[in-house]
Design a protein around this ligand. Structure first.
Ligand SMILES: *Cc1c(COP(=O)(O)O)cnc(C)c1O
Length: 270
């Protein structure tokens, strides 16, 4: 978002009501105006409402930083970067950041080919390492188009390029992530993603049998279902919002775990 602000200094940030809470935090720190766009029933940002919000704003605040979410936190939906860029384009300059913390690695291999990355119109992309890659420490990668990244001039004595806000940072995290990506390779990552999607599909079927009204966006590893009793929420550490809970089928969540959860849910219902 700091890179976006450098490119479009006066543009507000447009993010959906499903965007991660860190977007609000970053907007506050950067002094950026945050405009919340409605989401559609499937959890994606509504391009019609984006147009509507832009129409209300652009006389006063030209340009738009559109913050797309690739794999929304609660429902796992993929915003359509191409659609959102097109919707915003008639109102002036647009910068699109794809927050692909959870969903980037999945979208890259998903059979339905979500439009989420640089070739679909993103200017920058962020992906976490402790989600789909399963790193034991928080880490991630941020990529931006070359012309948007300033040439670095860090102090000579550190002998390193430094584009981050903090100065000292974990080299261990970077090495762990590099090593995991080298080990998995493209094929390994693809196999992992397709496996996770398979478990998500399985979970949706089992949760339906358990009578919990599951919902799952196409090619998502997030499955939402009716919020169970507090005992089950506690035992399974389920993330809840209102009357719904969700599970995220990252790599260590296997069919056996899904079966066990569903057995618990069925027992409670009886
Ligand atoms: C997890 C997540 C974040 C936060 O990323 P961290 O790397 O855990 O700090 C931001 N946005 C989305 C959509 C997420 O899923």
């Amino acid at each position: 978002m700091a890179t976006a602000r450098t490119a479009l200094p006066h543009a507000p940030v447009y993010a959906s009501d499903q965007a991660h809470y860190s977007v609000g935090k970053a907007a506050r720190l950067l002094g950026l105006q945050l405009i919340t766009v409605a989401s559609r029933p499937d959890g994606t940002m509504d391009p019609g409402d984006l147009r509507c919000k832009l129409h209300q704003q652009t006389d006063q605040f030209p340009g738009a930083i559109v913050l797309a979410t690739i794999g929304t936190t609660m429902r796992g939906a993929y915003d359509d970067v191409t659609l959102l860029r097109d919707a915003a384009a008639m109102f002036g300059d647009v910068y699109v950041h794809a927050d692909a913390a959870l969903g980037g690695f999945i979208a890259a291999h998903a059979p339905s080919l979500p439009r989420w990355s640089f070739r679909h119109g993103a200017d920058s992309v962020s992906i976490s390492g402790h989600k789909m890659i399963g790193m034991p420490v928080p880490c991630g990668v941020v990529l931006a188009r070359r012309h948007l990244v300033p040439d670095v001039s860090s102090a000579e004595y550190v002998q390193a390029t430094d584009r981050t806000l903090g100065c000292s940072r974990s080299g261990l995290a970077a090495v762990l992530m590099w090593s995991a990506l080298r080990r998995l390779g493209y094929t390994g990552m693809r196999t992992r993603v397709l496996g996770c999607l398979d478990v998500a599909r399985y979970a949706a079927d089992r949760l339906a049998e358990a009578g919990t009204r599951p919902s799952r966006p196409t090619d998502s590893v997030v499955v939402c279902f009716d919020r169970p009793t507090p005992e089950i929420v506690d035992r399974w550490h389920l993330a809840c919002e209102g009357d719904r809970a969700h599970i995220v089928t990252v790599a260590h969540v296997d069919r056996a775990a899904v079966d066990e959860l569903c057995a618990d849910l069925s027992r409670m219902r009886r």
